[in-house]
Design a protein. Structure first.
Lengths: 175, 182
């Protein structure tokens, strides 16, 4: 028998197979792309978290360091201001001391101590000393003691020892 | 009734079912948990970024405070850092006195953060104000200097001799973090 129809060439890639393969290729491409995206995001998350953690640690150290430095500067500043205040108070004290001594009494030596004052000098008589120097000294110092020595010219040499209370002593000790 | 499928259709159906099974397994076993994890991580990352921002803001605030404190106390910081120079001190302050002598006292411990100097001055009895000016000048000097007790004044004719000790403060050697660092 002879057929006039030309035989079709047989192939495994039928139209159905091509359709199925195309459909699944697109589907799997989408699935694997999604997988790749999620895997990359997971890797990026780990990386970002590490970076954030490191950065936080660096910032913590830096903040701690800065706070210590601020604290140290404040300590220095407090100490310096305390010293400046003490110097100023000392200046006023010395100024007051020289203002305190009347013209008729002559000082030969003065010792400003942590908690007191020792004055050496000469006075024409005891009364002048008592009214013009001892009275103001008593108003400042808690404890006072004065010794007198007679001089040949009739004047008196005196040694006046004056002490403050403990509060001033504490303040003076801090210097 | 007998349905007669061509063989290649049966193969195609089996192939398609296999691929569907794989796709379902892949989605449920891999993609869905990963997607959930991704959403969780995204929220966590956002939280961590907000936390980091708070740290950065606090750091900037602290740095600003540090710079302000530094500039406000610049003179004091520099004064603590400056090494005491007796000759320079005498040069700066000799205008207040007829005579000014400064010597380093041996009576100080090495661990102390100050050095003690003995100071002897001579000034005119009529110009005690110079001594006050000297005390004022100390507070503006290049160093942190505190006058210590006792202070002795002795009259010698028209002159007053005074002697006292002064503490010159310096930075403690244990302070590794220098405040002069930028």
């Amino acid at each position: 028998m002879y057929s006039y129809i030309k035989p079709k060439k047989k192939t495994p890639l039928t139209q159905e197979v091509i359709l199925i393969v195309s459909f699944f290729s697109i589907s799997f491409l989408m699935l694997f792309t999604t997988y790749g995206f999620l895997a990359y995001k997971d890797y990026k998350f780990e990386k970002d978290m590490n970076h954030i953690e490191n950065k936080k640690q660096e910032l913590k150290i830096s903040i701690n360091n800065l706070q210590n430095r601020i604290k140290f500067i404040e300590q220095e500043s407090n100490l310096a201001n305390k010293i400046y205040t003490t110097n100023s108070v000392l200046k006023d004290s010395i100024s007051n001391l020289f203002d305190l001594v009347p013209e008729r009494i002559t000082l030969s030596k003065a010792q400003i101590l942590k908690n007191g004052l020792i004055l050496f000098g000469i006075t024409p008589n005891k009364e002048i000393y008592e009214y013009m120097l001892e009275a103001p000294l008593k108003s400042i110092f808690a404890k006072n003691h004065t010794s007198f020595y007679q001089l040949e010219n009739g004047w008196l040499r005196f040694v006046s020892t004056n002490y403050l209370d403990n509060n001033f002593e504490d303040l003076a000790n801090e210097n | 009734m007998k349905i007669n499928f061509p063989r290649h259709i049966i193969y195609s159906i089996i192939f398609a079912i296999s691929l569907i099974i794989f796709a379902v397994w892949f989605s449920t076993a891999k993609l869905i948990p990963m997607g959930k994890e991704y959403r969780k991580n995204k929220i966590e990352l956002k939280k961590q970024r907000a936390d980091l921002k708070r740290y950065e803001d606090y750091h900037d605030e602290t740095l600003k405070m540090y710079n302000e404190t530094r500039s406000k106390n610049r003179h004091i910081i520099e004064a603590f850092d400056t090494k005491f120079d007796i000759e320079q001190f005498k040069k700066d302050n000799k205008k207040y006195f007829i005579n000014l002598a400064v010597t380093k006292s041996d009576k100080f411990k090495k661990e102390d953060w100050y050095e003690i100097y003995d100071v002897n001055t001579t000034s005119k009895i009529k110009s005690p104000v110079n001594f006050y000016d000297f005390l004022d000048a100390l507070n503006k000097s290049k160093w942190i200097i505190g006058i210590t007790f006792p202070i002795n004044f002795t009259k010698d004719g028209e002159l007053i001799h005074s002697n006292f000790k002064m503490k010159v403060y310096k930075k403690k050697s244990s302070d590794i973090n220098s405040t002069t660092d930028k």
